[in-house]
Design a protein around this ligand. Structure first.
Ligand SMILES: *Cc1c(COP(=O)(O)O)cnc(C)c1O
Length: 373
């Protein structure tokens, strides 16, 4: 029996940092402050510096980062928010939670990100903002999206959950808009040991709103018990913040290792002349962090099955587009509404990729694909 090739290897990442992490966690445990303390503040400063914004706010998850951003932007019932149907479910559920309506726009073939050329035709009197998602770690066309937002007076909220460190013309994602929303779910490129997220912004007022909203809308000082806004409980734990600060120092190195591994796949796919198209590559205007390494083929399901049988983990992100999800049926979308998205969901396949991946394993993945096709 051949050894398995996993989708990612969090255990070996932990082994790399074990000493540093355990020290830091011990300090938090002994320190007696477990929520919204110094560790959170330290992480927020370091993270804002990493992203390249003035401020960052630590929250309980990526989903909450999106939700709190929309709350701070004053999204309310009846508003329309433009986004992609090819993303994780929470990009759209947060819109619905505020009584607003997600308006989907099809994706472009090359990157699988929302196609900026299709946005304007969806703008109505009710449109308030756009949520571009930097899917798989590939940056969106932020120049075009910003142009449109400016012309129509819309906000932008970047969903950076998969793209921490990705750049558009040299600047990191999360800096091109009112808010960037990040997830530190353990499998993301910067992962906590549990749920966590953050919001980036350059706007002092929005920063203060977001900070207040994550803590029940309390006015600036914690435990003043004065509530100006109706907020939620979405605080970041000290332990998670300490872990994230420790890991953040390695993120640039890890992202570089991901890029190298992606290039290796790229070369191997060309060398073996595999009959697949490559979705994950650096676009001409920026750099991906390869949260996923994604290929496309009409024979996806057959290929997936045979790779899984050979012990090679492969995944599909995402098999069901949002406009066809049962929970969104009330929005009235139908099969055929977003042809690019629908064909992508039938054809995309993520190959194992993580900073510590063994090149020999990548060779095996490619050899198995060649055999199967
Ligand atoms: C992971 C993810 C989220 C949600 O983040 P959580 O931390 O799991 O709440 C939102 N959007 C995208 C694109 C994601 O990949």
């Amino acid at each position: 029996m051949k050894t398995k090739i996993p989708p990612l290897d969090l255990k070996s990442e932990f082994r790399e940092l074990r000493g540093a992490l355990e020290n830091r966690i011990q300090r938090v445990l002994a320190g007696g402050q477990y929520i919204l303390g110094q560790e959170v503040e330290k992480f927020e400063r370091a993270f804002a510096h990493f992203v390249g914004t003035k401020y960052a706010v630590g929250v309980a998850s990526g989903t909450d980062a999106l939700l709190i951003s929309l709350m701070a932007l004053g999204v309310k019932a009846g508003d329309e928010i433009i986004t992609t149907p090819f993303t994780f479910i929470s990009t759209a559920t947060v819109i619905i939670r505020l009584g607003a309506r997600p308006v989907f726009v099809d994706i472009d073939l090359d990157t699988c990100n929302l196609d900026p050329d299709l946005i304007e035709q969806k703008i109505t009197r009710r449109t308030r903002g756009i949520i571009p998602v930097h899917l798989y770690g590939t940056p969106c066309r932020m120049d075009k999206i910003r142009q449109i937002a400016k012309k129509h007076g819309l906000f932008i909220l970047e969903d950076c959950a998969q793209a921490c460190g990705a750049t558009f013309h040299g600047k990191r994602v999360g800096t091109f808009s009112e808010f960037g929303a990040f997830s530190f779910y353990p499998t993301k490129t910067l992962g906590a040991f549990g749920d966590a997220g953050a919001i980036s912004t350059n706007d002092r007022k929005l920063y203060e709103q977001a900070k207040s909203l994550r803590h029940h809308g309390e006015s600036t000082r914690n435990h003043s018990y004065h509530h100006k806004l109706v907020g939620i409980n979405s605080r970041l734990d000290e332990i998670q913040a300490a872990i994230l600060s420790t890991k953040l120092k390695h993120l640039t190195y890890w992202n570089r290792a991901r890029r190298k591994a992606a290039e290796r796949y790229h070369r191997l796919i060309q060398k073996f002349r595999l009959q697949v198209s490559i979705v994950s590559s650096n676009p001409p205007y920026g750099k991906s962090v390869f949260h996923q390494y994604v290929i496309r083929t009409r024979k996806r399901d057959q290929l997936r099955h045979s790779l899984l049988k050979g012990g090679i983990w492969v995944g599909v992100y995402y098999p069901v587009p949002l406009h066809l999800q049962p929970c969104f049926r009330f929005l009235g979308y139908q099969r055929g509404d977003f042809p690019q998205c629908e064909s992508a969901s039938a054809e995309v396949l993520s190959l194992p990729l993580y900073p510590q991946i063994d090149p020999a394993d990548q060779n095996r993945v490619i050899t198995e694909i060649k055999k199967s096709l």
